[in-house]
Design a protein around this ligand. Sequence first.
Ligand code: ARG
Length: 644
Amino acid sequence: MNELSTALKAIGLDTVPHEPNTYPALNPFDIYRSHITELLAKSSGVDAKIIYPVLAWTAKPENGDLQLAVPALRQKGRDMKAFAEELAEKFPESPLVQPPVVNGTWVSFFFKPGPLTSIVIPMILKSGSVFGFNPNLGLRDADNPSAGRKKIIVEFSSPNIAKPFHAGHLRSTIIGGFLANLYEGAGWDVTRMNYLGDWGKQYGVLAVGFDKFGSEEELVKNPIGHLYDVYVKISKISADEGDAVKAKKEEITKLTEKGEDTSALEAEVKKIQDEGVDEQARKYFKRMVDGEEVALGIWKRFRDLSIEKYKKTYARLNIRYDDYSGESQVKDESMESAANIMAEKKVSEDSEGAIIVDLTKYSKKLGKALVKKKDGTSLYLTRDIGAAFERMEKYHFDKMIYVVASQQDLHLAQLFKIMEAMGRKDVAEKCHHINFGMVLGMSTRKGTAKFLDDILRDVGEKMHEVMRGNEDKYKQVDDPDKTADTLGISAVMVQDMKGKRINNYTFDMDRMTSFEGDTGPYLQYAHARLCSINRKASAVVSDLPSDLSTIDISILTEQHAVDLVRQLALWPDVFLNTIKTQEPTTVLTYLFKMAHALSSSYDHLQVVGSERDSMLARLALYTAARQVLNNGMRLLGLSPVERM
Ligand code: ARG
């Protein structure tokens, strides 16, 4: 704040404009909004509290940097056009903004370029990797940091053990990772949770299958792939047995009609029913449910090895978890106590031996939800109910988000409504479903991708091919394999985050790995190019100041430089806006716009080859741009590369 007040004094402002709940030291736009608010409040008599929130971004730069919709000031009985004129006329001379421009009932404010540059560039260079983020937003009490931070659980990825990692899991991983970063950047206390699908009769099936087809060696080498193979094989047998029983039963019916003997066939059916995979699996799962050590031990080993493998893959996406929970971890007590409350409050009812919750009384769409099967076993929904209350008890979260495909909209709506019906609106209100659309045609050259590792490998290989297309550049890359891998991951992630979450998109390997168009590799290229400018400048100027914020930047008056500075100044506001939209595209749209502004500026703002003062000032500008790009990319979960 001291540095800021010195900088503002130099421009001609004696005090730092500071309306309540704003952060002038972190966000240039906060300074401008507060400044304009203060001047307008004084000259017009309208309450600052009314003015501040009405000062908004403009859709086009021609409309200014901030704009005021005069009718929104709610001054009854006045002619709005005349009032707009009056506001502009009475607006005093300001060191920060040009005289306002009136257009109908709108008043536009343009920031004076020189002062803006002198505020924004040093702020970015000083804040560095935290520029744009705001750790104060997560405080329980903004005026009293010792009251602690708000707590959020972000549950995301949540694949099923021994089943393919499908597109829904991929999107949940990417979007969830981003949301966790977003809340962390806002100063929340974030718990990243992976809720594995690791419970149910199918794990009995898997254990039976492992007994038949499993290999210790394969399991250790490639647990996820191996368990899936085993599961496929055993499921086939189970399905064949099912078909056989059906065929035999039909045969029995026929024979009975003809009055012939069916005892041999009946014995065969009974044998399958008593000893087949299904029955073995049921018995095995029962042993797991009963907590039998041997059965649980084997299952736990599958789970642990899978998690270990997953951890490595998630690390490639810059994701780590604080809690590997899962359906298996939900305690019977939690589910029972929930069941008791539901019964007591008449939320649930008996339906032919099963227990259901009739949610149609709240909304037809919610339907009737099954919470206990006839045989007394729990379901996916039952486990989610228990899990939510356990998490509340363990973490006391202020917010919990479930990052799950929109195919499960109904499931989560049922879950939240049931909690509410149980009298726990307090918990239900804190739970949010962040949903997203489907990925179409997610197949790679090696067939339909089943595992995250395969997807990343294939995209990395494709990226390597694209890089080889430019031989000269390719030769300069230190570790092409690693770079191709990173670029491939960026390609997948950017393609996923580019549109609104709810939209479906088509997995298009050629498009996502292209350097042209708004792709991951394009963004990486923009970053690498800025790094390269820095390297080249350092090689030319031997006495480069270690603190670039001391460089005289007042000479950055070219239109391209000014446009770029205006873009950079927006980043903290883009971050704030992203917290509202919870959409990665809010960040990406901004970053692409900035990357475009950058690429059109290079011809006009050369660094190496310009005279010293210009070179240094432009270097400061590009270093600030690199920082903003870097911060935005990391927020999305990308690893910005320095060379490619
Ligand atoms: N494992 C589930 C699936 O693959 C997703 C879990 C979503 N989270 C939840 N709490 N239900 O469909």
